[in-house]
Design a protein around this ligand. Structure first.
Ligand code: AP5
Length: 217
C-alpha cells in the first residue's frame, strides 16, 4: 500500500494516517513530524526549517526531498507507506514520481481530505498536543479521555499548542495551501490516482470513507 494523503492544514491527514498505520501495518511518513523532530533536536536541518515553519511557509524542496529520500529508503517502507503532508507542490510531486519510478514502486492512490475553511480553522485553533508522548487532541472534538492512556504519560498529558496553530500563522498556511498545494489535485486527477473524501464527519466515519476510497469499495 503506497498512499498519499493530501489536504489543507487541519483536514485530518495525521489523524487518518495513524488509523491507516494501525489497520494496514505500513509506516506513516509525515514531513511535518520529521521537521518538528529536527527542530526539537536542534539539528542544522531543524534550525534551517524553523523560520519557514513558524511563519507558515513551506520549507525548501531540497531539504524536504533529502529527508524523504532517506526515509523511503528505510527497510520498513519497502512494504509500503502513508505519505502525510508530502508532496506539497508540483516540484515535490514530480521528484516523488521519479524516486518511486527508480524503485519500481508506483503510488496506489492519492486521497484528498476535503473540508470547508471554517471547519479547518476551528480544528487548527482547537488542536493540542501532548509534549511528552505526542498524542494529538482537540479542545472541541477530542479531549484527553480514558482511551488516551499512553505508556509515557499514563492518563496525564501535558498539552501544548503548536506554534503554527496560532491564528495569525494559520491564515498564511491556508494561503500557501491554496497557491502551492492545491494544484496537486489536478496533477493527480490527470494521473488517474485522485480519490476525494468528504472529511466533514467524526474520525471513524472519515476513516471508513478513506478505506472505501483506497479500495474503491
Ligand atoms: P504539517 O505538520 O504537515 O502540517 P499541515 O499540513 O499544515 O497539517 P496539520 O498537521 O496541521 O493537520 P492535519 O491535516 O494532519 O490534521 P490533524 O489530523 O492533526 O506541516 C507543518 C509545516 O511543516 C508546514 O507549514 C511547512 O512549514 C512544513 N512542511 C511540512 N511538510 C512539508 C513539505 N512537504 N514541504 C515543505 N514544507 C513542509 O487534525 C487537526 C485537528 O483536528 C486535531 O486536533 C485532530 O484531533 C482534529 N480532528 C482530526 N480529524 C477530525 C475529525 N474527523 N473530526 C473532528 N476533529 C478532528
Amino acid at each position: 500500500m503506497r498512499i498519499v494523503l493530501v489536504g489543507a492544514p487541519g483536514s485530518g491527514k495525521g489523524t487518518q494516517a495513524q488509523l491507516l498505520v494501525k489497520a494496514f501495518g505500513v509506516p506513516q511518513i509525515s514531513t511535518g513530524d520529521l521537521l518538528r523532530e529536527a527542530v526539537a533536536k536542534g539539528t542544522d536541518l531543524g534550525f534551517r526549517a524553523k523560520t519557514a515553519m513558524d511563519s507558515g511557509k513551506l520549507v525548501d524542496d531540497a531539504t524536504v526531498l533529502g529527508m524523504i529520500r532517506e526515509r523511503i529508503g528505510r527497510p520498513d517502507a519497502a512494504k509500503g507507506f502513508i505519505l502525510d503532508g508530502f508532496p506539497r507542490n508540483i516540484a515535490q510531486a514530480e521528484a516523488l514520481e521519479k524516486m518511486l519510478e527508480d524503485l519500481a514502486t508506483p503510488l496506489d492512490s492519492v486521497v484528498l481530505l476535503n473540508l470547508d475553511l471554517g471547519i479547518l480553522f476551528k480544528r487548527l485553533t482547537g488542536r493540542r498536543i501532548c509534549q511528552d508522548c505526542g498524542q494529538v487532541f482537540n479542545v472541541y472534538s477530542a479531549a484527553p479521555g480514558a482511551a488516551a492512556h499512553s505508556k509515557e504519560c499514563g492518563d496525564t498529558h501535558r498539552l501544548i499548542q503548536r506554534p503554527d496553530d496560532k491564528e495569525e500563522v494559520i491564515g498564511k498556511r491556508l494561503e500557501v495551501y491554496e497557491a502551492q498545494t492545491k494544484p496537486l489535485i489536478k496533477y493527480y486527477e490527470a494521473a488517474g490516482l485522485l480519490r476525494i473524501v468528504d472529511a466533514d464527519a467524526d474520525v471513524d466515519t472519515v476513516f471508513k470513507r478513506v478505506e472505501r476510497a483506497v479500495f474503491k469499495r
